[in-house]
Design a protein. Structure first.
Ligand SMILES: Nc1ncnc2c1ncn2[C@@H]1O[C@H](COP(=O)(O)OP(=O)(O)O)[C@@H](O)[C@H]1O
Ligand SMILES: [Mg+2]
Length: 257
């Protein structure tokens, strides 16, 4: 008999905003689900972009990730279906912003999500967590609950500084809170093949983080940016565009890694 293995929990993390965390969380989840791996996406960002990007109204969710964090609800009470077959969502809520202060006063405040995700709904094979653009308590909860970090990075000069900081955070979390936290990879996003800066940054990031940079490059693609306003992943919005192909390739690369 096969032992049931706990599903991998991948935190999509970068303290910088606008680098493609939410876009990657939504489209990578959809791509994993598409190839037959039921996936749970946890929206841990008070801005709730993963929730609205998948067509759910974050103001209307009665139960959200907030209730999972406070222990008021179990994951099966909070989880919602999405328009994507095989993809379920723990929605966020705008109120989560104020809750960060409230959570700070709770015992084991950095392990609240880990506790909430101790039992994952049956059938789910992969969990992704969309993190807020900071290294505050919410992101720390993601890193304690996760088995690995996926780091979307934009091809710009300041990316290198940000990556250094993230790798330091990774070491800190490993040594103090979650010794098994791995790096799933660094994924270069909004890649513009026509600019020399993009290639220069890619080369530098590959040199400074030789084992972590993923082969798949996510191109800058207008269909990717249009999809969330239709409440869809890019894989449903325009299944044959370059953006959809890139996220399928990313899913394949990560599943084979
Ligand atoms: N590959 C891409 N091509 C075009 N636009 C993109 C791409 N990735 C992200 N974007 C756009 O960039 C903005 C920031 O992306 P987002 O995923 O919300 O970043 P984050 O979650 O890190 O703040 C969004 O408007 C998104 O639609
Ligand atoms: Mg985001």
């Amino acid at each position: 008999m096969l032992a049931t293995m706990a599903p991998p929990i991948i935190a999509v993390v970068n303290q910088k905003g606008g680098v493609g965390k939410t876009t990657t969380a939504i489209n990578l989840s959809a791509a994993m689900a598409e190839v037959g791996h039921p996936t749970l996406l946890v929206d841990l960002d008070p801005q709730a972009n993963s929730t609205s990007g998948l067509g759910l109204d974050p103001a209307r969710a009665r139960l959200s990730v907030y209730h999972l964090l406070t222990g008021e609800a179990a994951v099966e009470q909070v989880v919602q279906p999405t328009g994507v077959a095989g993809l379920t969502l723990v929605p966020s809520h705008i109120d989560l912003a104020g809750a960060e202060i409230e959570l700070a006063g709770m015992p084991d405040r950095e392990a609240l999500l880990q506790k909430g995700l101790a039992v994952i709904p049956p059938g789910v094979e992969i969990v992704l967590i969309d993190c807020p653009p900071s290294l505050g308590l919410l992101t720390l909860n993601a890193l304690v609950a996760a088995t690995s970090m996926l780091i979307p990075t934009q091809c710009e000069y300041f990316a290198l500084e940000g990556l250094r900081h993230l790798m330091y955070t990774h070491q800190l979390v490993r040594s103090r809170l979650n010794p098994k936290l791995a790096i799933a990879g660094i994924v270069m996003t909004q890649f513009d093949t026509r600019t020399t800066l993009a290639w220069d940054v890619l080369q530098t990031v590959r040199r400074t983080h030789p084992h972590h940079v993923l082969e798949t490059l996510i191109p800058r693609n207008v269909r990717i940016s249009e999809a969330p306003s239709h409440g869809k992943s890019v894989l449903e919005y325009d299944p044959t565009c370059r953006g959809a192909a890139a996220y399928r390739a990313l899913a394949k690369e990560l599943l084979e890694r």
